[in-house]
Design a protein around this ligand. Structure first.
Ligand code: SAM
Length: 282
């Protein structure tokens, strides 16, 4: 079989299995050969790593991930694509395709059963209609994953990556910033897909924060604002009863200047301080 980024190869294998592209399922398959290797590499696929993919389609990204990572589990909703994937991914022994709806599956259980203690990243070219619910489900369930690297519509990427305090800030963006450090990696033009969608896309990576527990996060927020005219160092030290000598290095590690006041801190700053206070030795 020729490369899976070749439109004629994809069309041929789909036709042979009687599958047509279904717009309602967001079926736009990648045909730009440079995108999958870049996405897999920047998404953290590598030796010793497991990858969860949502929506393998005809398997173009799945194959790339399997070449770089130890194990790939791909969840595909469209049952018609299963025989296609069985053919296109036949040479890989480290891939498991699961027929299911990523929004309905118990992903925590799936990760435990499929990957055990292996570090796991999520890497997927998402069907656009599930972007928000899926990203939020992945984050809110506090799944044991290191990062989530996904292709989404460019506008959604910009919204998701616009943190609190920016003009483009949105509820989704603030929630994403609470759970992760988001980064827009690169843009992908609409011509990189078969069929071509109406808008351009972009790949984003969300590095999951080592979750400060919520109680600690809000204790830090309250403590920082308790004496808002004072520096965060002084206010927090008094509110949380932590000596300044111990708190100083935590602020430094979080990138917060010693003389900063609470109102100047971003949501990420609060989360980083809370995370630092929870780490061993702090
Ligand atoms: N990964 C392939 C690629 O990059 O060429 C296909 C990506 S395509 C944008 C999205 C894929 O997600 C389709 O194969 C579609 O059938 C599948 N899909 C749609 N909704 C899904 C859901 N709720 N759960 C799992 N897969 C889904």
């Amino acid at each position: 079989m020729g490369p899976l980024t070749s439109p004629s190869v994809i069309r041929e294998v789909m036709e042979r299995h009687g599958v047509t592209f279904t717009k309602a399922l967001g079926q736009n398959f990648l045909i730009n050969p440079s995108v999958c290797p870049r996405m897999a590499r920047l998404g953290g696929a590598g030796p010793g790593v497991g990858v969860l993919e949502i929506g393998p389609g005809a398997g173009v990204l799945t194959a790339q991930l399997a070449q770089m990572a130890d194990r790939v589990v791909a969840v595909e909703l469209d049952g018609r694509l299963l025989p296609v994937l069985a053919e296109t991914l036949a040479e890989y022994e480290n891939i498991k395709v699961i027929h299911g709806d990523a929004l309905k599956l118990d992903l925590g259980r799936l990760l435990r059963e499929e990957f055990g203690a292996m570090p796991v990243v999520v890497c997927a070219n998402l069907p656009y209609y599930i972007t928000s619910p899926l990203v939020m489900a992945l984050l809110e369930q506090r799944l044991p994953v290191e990062s989530v690297t996904v292709m989404v519509q460019k506008e959604a990427a910009q919204r998701i990556c616009a943190g609190p305090g920016t003009r483009q800030a949105s509820a989704l963006g603030v929630a994403v910033a609470y759970y992760s450090a988001p980064k827009l990696l690169f843009s992908v033009s609409r011509g990189s897909f078969l069929p071509a969608p109406e808008v351009d896309s972009a790949v984003i990576r969300l590095d999951i924060r080592k979750a400060p527990d919520e109680a600690r996060f809000f204790a830090v927020v309250r403590g920082a604002f308790q004496q808002r005219r004072k520096t965060v160092l002084n206010s927090l030290s008094a509110a949380l009863d932590i000596p300044k000598e111990a708190l100083g290095p935590v602020l430094a590690a979080a990138g917060v200047p010693q003389n900063a006041r609470a109102e100047a801190l971003s949501l990420e700053d609060f989360a980083a301080i809370a995370g630092g206070l929870g780490s061993p030795g702090a």
